[in-house]
Design a protein around this ligand. Structure first.
Ligand code: ZN
Length: 314
């Protein structure tokens, strides 16, 4: 039983409109679902991913309207690392982000930047054999597009304390003294630890809330049994509508989740309409009018796209 790399990463935004603009228009991800927080339907839960909404490229945000800026500290993920195919892709992103007024830091094989709320990102060259997970965008050539997650970097004063859980319980392999990989049949993903800053973290806008590792529907309940047998306290299995989840905290403090691979985002709408409307859990559907009136209006990011022109008649 091996985990399939990173299934999704969930972070926090205080500004949903700016968040949608940055991740869809600037970074070229596809908004694959626009739903509401199950516990507070007055705020969004936004999902971005590749064209088909695959696990492995799914970045989600809880909306905390007007939240103060957060800060990553010990026990928190501070950087999301995404794959790109080539140095030419890094050049493309360096120029595109500069054109948007986003500061970047370039190294030969990676590009560092932050989103408008300070969430750290890295685009990295990758020699992984894993299938690329990219979205379509009229301004971004497919060969330069983001290709899904390579991994995350977190802060920990003592990564060794996380090693036992990662290696013995979750089946991770140590790639180096501070980096572990969880690799299944389809793909792999890494978590690396950096020394934590002295200042404590603050979970708020621009910080990562949790990261989820992927598994299959068949193996998901077995992970819950396995964690319980390994004496790891968990949330139990929770139905998250698009997938099922088990939450637990790793010893350095990062909130982990194990999520399965069904039913996925097309449970609500067909693939071509993903992200175009607010999705409500069935129990909230009768209250749609009141709920939509309280939500920040967010346009369909693809509404203004040029419509594909039919081939000219011969
Ligand atoms: Zn999650």
């Amino acid at each position: 039983m091996q985990l399939e790399g990173i299934h999704h990463i969930t972070a926090i935004t205080g500004d949903a409109a700016r968040n949608v603009d940055f991740y869809t228009r600037v970074l070229g991800l596809r908004m694959v679902a626009k739903t509401v927080n199950q516990d507070d339907p007055s705020v969004y839960h936004l999902f971005y991913a590749d064209e088909e909404g695959h696990a492995g490229a799914d970045l989600t945000f809880f909306e905390y309207p007007h939240a103060v800026p957060g800060r990553a500290g010990a026990g928190m993920v501070h950087r999301i690392v995404s794959r790109v195919a080539s140095r030419a892709a890094l050049d493309f992103w360096e120029a595109r982000l500069a054109g948007e007024g986003v500061a970047t830091e370039r190294e030969p094989e990676r590009l560092l930047f932050a989103d408008p709320e300070g969430l750290g990102h890295e685009l990295a060259l990758s020699d992984t054999p894993d299938a690329p997970l990219s979205a379509e965008h009229p301004e971004i050539p497919l060969e330069h597009a983001l290709q899904g997650f390579l991994g995350v970097r977190a802060y920990s004063a003592d990564p060794v304390q996380s090693a036992a859980l990662l290696e013995r319980v979750l089946g991770a392999s140590a790639l180096s003294g501070d980096t572990w990989e969880l690799r299944g049949a389809l793909r792999g993903g890494t978590i690396a630890y950096d020394p934590a800053p002295a200042e404590p973290g603050r979970q708020s806008a621009g910080t990562v809330h949790h990261i989820a590792w992927g598994t299959t529907v068949a193996e998901h309940p077995r992970w819950e049994e396995h964690l319980r047998a390994s004496r790891v306290p968990t949330s139990g299995i929770i139905d998250r509508h698009y997938f099922h989840s088990i939450y637990f905290r790793e010893p350095s403090g990062v909130l982990f989740e194990i999520a399965d691979d069904a039913p996925g985002f097309t449970v609500d709408v067909p693939l071509e309409r993903l992200g175009s409307e607010v999705i409500l859990p069935p129990k909230l559907e009768p209250h749609r009018e009141q709920i939509e009136a309280r939500l920040t209006p967010l346009p369909d990011p693809r509404a203004g796209w040029p419509t594909p022109t039919a081939a000219p008649a011969p």
